[in-house]
Design a protein around this ligand. Structure first.
Ligand code: G3P
Length: 219
């Protein structure tokens, strides 16, 4: 499964990239606003740090405005992916841009038919928000499974990018059902290599090793 980081924070992206397993970055208007920076400057900075796809989202609600914003974003770097909402205008803009060979990430996907429609329109990525479905008492993983089945049934090549990840168990479940990509907050990326038994086992190994060295060197 590909791993993207879901942030607009440069330090988080640097640290995640240093792990050597980061495949891309997703941002959204809320994440950019949190940083208090110029949108295009920050996108350019991120695209310089990560070679893989970097999603930047438009804020226009209608087709023509979306295309205008997309054109400006595409000037920034070759690895820019245009993020559009799963609305009727977003679908039309997805088709317009995909027909031009532009990679599009269709975001705010909450039901399987949205995923089917954007695949038909040529989307590069679809972003189902599984955590936000769980937040209101639904089953976010069921949506990921349904999209996987529909895409496999018809050979749609749009990649499933599981988003709104809240904890490591979401990632295990995403990997088990065949999500192509997961975009993950930095806090959860840091949890991915953690297990208390690893720490406990390592402490035991080191304690035994140090005791042995003391016996050898100090009879
Ligand atoms: O960036 C899209 C998505 O991952 C947002 O997640 O945590 O705001 O529900 P969240």
């Amino acid at each position: 499964m590909e791993l993207y980081i879901d942030t607009a924070n440069i330090e988080e992206i640097r640290e995640a990239a240093a792990l050597g397993v980061l495949d891309g970055v997703t941002t959204n208007p809320s994440l950019i606003a949190k940083e208090g920076v110029d949108f295009h400057d920050r996108m350019s900075e991120i695209c310089g740090l990560v070679a893989g796809p970097v999603s930047g989202e438009v804020v226009s609600m209608e087709h023509d405005g979306m295309i205008e914003e997309a054109n400006a974003l595409l000037e920034i770097a070759d690895n820019i992916v245009i993020k559009l909402p799963c609305t009727v205008d977003g679908l039309k803009a997805c088709k317009t841009l995909s027909d031009r060979g532009v990679r599009v990430n269709m975001t705010l996907c909450f039901q399987p038919l949205q995923a089917m429609m954007v695949a038909k329109a040529g989307a590069f990525l679809v972003s189902p928000f599984l955590g936000r479905i769980d937040d209101i008492g639904g089953d976010g993983m069921e949506l990921i499974q349904q999209i996987r089945t529909i895409y496999d049934n018809y050979g749609y090549t749009t990649k499933i990018l599981s988003a709104s990840i809240r904890h490591p168990l979401h990632l295990v479940q995403c990997a088990l059902v065949g999500s192509d990509v997961a975009t993950v907050p930095f806090k959860v990326i840091k949890q991915m290599m953690n297990h208390p038994l690893t720490d406990k086992g390592l402490a035991g190994f080191l304690a035994d090793w140090n005791a042995r060295k003391q016996t050898e060197c100090c009879p």
